[in-house]
Design a protein around this ligand. Structure first.
Ligand SMILES: CC(=O)N[C@H]1[C@@H](OP(=O)(O)OP(=O)(O)OC[C@H]2O[C@@H](n3ccc(=O)[nH]c3=O)[C@H](O)[C@@H]2O)O[C@H](CO)[C@@H](O)[C@@H]1O
Ligand SMILES: C=C(OP(=O)(O)O)C(=O)O
Length: 438
């Protein structure tokens, strides 16, 4: 029987939550452990589904993954790494996007990799052409097979001069994880430079890698033969922090997010201030709150770092339904990230989607028939509805809309939220949300 969350809206969320290691770093640092000749220790690991998926995939490859009972730290020992059974790997098809990052590390460790079809949020086509192209340039041979791909490098992996057509986070990580132990020098231009990527570079440097981040999105990696294990504390989850910030705005609440770091959230904080949200920063976290004054509409474009992160867009759009006037949001990272607004419209929001680029950030989707710009007119009173959660951030957005709405909402599909929000039900409870689960 599917779990149903019944939410009675209208209660401002107030109190404190903590964010731990970032969903967009932790599973990748776990994959990096495969490159070491001895065990690694990763701290600040959240209990989220993507960590479980990668734990399982690593174990299938003979990596010992042990969680310290006291601290929750993960100890990852790759010394007995081996080829996994294809059928066991395929059981993880559709679970997450991380398996594609196993390619380089597994080829270095055992000469081959079988990768299941990827999962992750359905917010666009999400092809892996950049990943496969860079891997081929390192000398890998990729074969499509039923349920995934097989990949090997009969002549070894060799450094290469690479260029990404778009600063893809995953493809940049693919290059980092492959180049560190490839023979010779790799130069990547058009790289993504998100804070999670910088943290992965920190992990790899601790392992013995030589990586230089140059100006203008160029990263240079000098391949080394061997790497050791690492000890690392994962950077906090800035996307979860931004989600709770939007929850405070939407429910007229006041939430202290322990662990949130200003430096990772600069673009978000600027936007939050412009819309009329307030925040106080201290050494341990950030307090986000609604001031009681009217919210202001704004024009917003998502972008790669250091721009406004696409994963912040969906929760903030709910905030914009509560602003007085017309806001415009141009999504330039994913072609199909506004599907979640359908439920908001059913709840009473006034949102129109457009195929045109309503903004000035160069965008790949303009002439291609994608509803990737939104016009939001507010403020509108949201009312409870039946909701089925479509994806991670869209789902969180639906939850906070339901928490702000009059009446009650019946929400299904909440398992998706566990992919990126640790213990979200107990956090909601701690913030005073009125809901039950059956
Ligand atoms: C687990 C993880 O870290 N997920 C994050 C990561 O996803 P992910 O790494 O999948 O996102 P990318 O940065 O690769 O994707 C950005 C854009 O590039 C396109 N693309 C990407 C690869 C490719 O081979 N071909 C291609 O066309 C995608 O379809 C998308 O339009 O970065 C995104 C952008 O900050 C975030 O929203 C996700 O939360
Ligand atoms: C799009 C997201 O994640 P993933 O890449 O794991 O699907 C997200 O975290 O919002």
């Amino acid at each position: 029987m599917a779990t149903v969350l019944t939410i009675r809206g209208g209660v401002p969320l107030t109190g404190q939550v903590s964010v731990r290691g970032a969903k967009n770093l932790v599973p990748k640092a776990m994959v990096a452990a495969l490159l070491g000749s001895d065990a690694s220790v990763l701290r600040n690991v959240p209990e989220i589904k993507d960590v479980d998926v990668v734990t399982s995939l690593l174990r299938l490859h003979g990596v010992e993954v042990v969680k310290e009972p006291q601290t929750g730290d993960l100890r990852l020992d790759p010394t007995k790494v081996k080829t996994a059974q294809m059928k066991d790997i395929d059981a993880h098809a559709g679970d997450s996007r991380i398996p594609i990052l196993f390619c380089g590390p597994l080829i270095h460790a055992i000469g081959e990799a079988f990768i299941p079809d990827l999962g992750g949020c359905k917010i666009g086509d999400r092809p892996i052409d950049y990943h496969l192209e860079v891997l081929r340039q390192f000398g890998a041979v990729v074969e499509k097979r039923e349920g995934g791909i097989s990949i090997s490098a009969p002549k070894g992996l060799k450094g290469a001069k690479l260029s990404l057509p778009y600063p893809s986070v995953g493809a940049t990580e693919q290059v980092l994880l492959t180049a560190t132990r490839a023979e010779g020098i790799t130069e990547l231009s058009g790289a993504a430079i998100e804070p999670e990527i910088m943290d992965l570079i920190a992990v790899l440097q601790k392992m013995g890698a030589i990586i230089t981040v140059q100006t203008d999105r160029v990263i240079r990696i000098e391949g080394v033969r061997d790497l050791t294990g690492f000890k690392h504390r994962a950077l906090p989850d800035r996307n979860e922090a931004a989600s709770w910030a939007s929850a405070a705005l939407v429910t007229q609440g006041d939430i202290y997010v322990a662990g949130a770091r200003q430096g990772d959230l600069t673009a978000f904080l600027n936007t939050y201030r412009k819309v009329g949200g307030s925040f106080d920063i201290d050494d341990n976290g950030i307090r986000f709150y609604h001031t009681g004054r009217k919210l202001s509409p704004l024009v917003l474009e998502t972008d790669v770092h250091p721009g406004f992160m696409t994963d912040w867009q969906q929760p903030l759009v709910v905030g914009l339904t509560q602003a007085q006037g017309v806001s415009i949001v141009h999504e330039t990272v994913y072609e199909n990230r506004f599907g979640f607004t359908e439920a908001l419209v059913r709840m009473g929001a006034n949102i129109q989607l457009h195929r045109e680029c309503l903004g000035s950030v160069p965008c790949r989707f303009g002439q291609r028939n994608f509803l990737h710009s939104a016009v939001i007119s507010g403020a509108t009173q949201l009312k409870g509805a039946e909701i089925h959660i479509p994806d991670l951030r869209g789902g969180f957005s639906h939850l906070i809309a339901a928490l702000a709405a009059t009446g009650s909402s019946r929400v299904t599909g909440i398992e998706i939220i566990n992919r990126g929000y640790e213990h979200f039900q107990s956090k909601l409870e701690a913030l005073g949300a009125d809901f039950d689960v059956h």
